[in-house]
Design a binder for this molecule. Sequence first.
Ligand code: NI
Length: 179
Amino acid sequence: MAIREIVKYPDPILKQACLPVTAVTGETARLIRDMVDTMYAAPGVGLAANQLGVRQRIIVVDIDYENPGKNLLKLINPEIRRAEGEVFWEEGCLSVVDFTAEVKRAARVQVVGLDDQEREVKVDADALLSVALQHEIDHLDGKLFSDRISRLKRDLYTRRLKKLLRAGKPVRENPRLMI
Ligand code: NI
């Protein structure tokens, strides 16, 4: 079990797209285990590899926090195959401290990818699972939930964060479910 440090905004790696995984190796398996451990320890309901500083298209998601592990998803090269409807969801992110915002997402998605045994996985998701999958796949494309809100709100947050960091004040972690 290894818990790694989660990269925080404004680290530039969060803005870079991740690269497709071409071979699942022992290192991939170790990375995925660390991602799962780090997500549960945070605690959060999802994590993307670049949040641990690794630019590979891998995500882990587990929204069932009462039964951790039972519905854990480990997805390599995930892709949204279908998206429909829309939903507004209050999101937070383990990489964006002290900030949540309502984001518009597709209400339902179908995501395909490979699991850590390289078996094809297909997930039909709605509600929080749908939001979490879209949020994590955004991470892989170098996009944060704060890129999906108005520029005004984003600028306000950036200014507040800079001020906090300059003052050396500890920033409060988000109290809600982090994705
Ligand atoms: Ni996030």
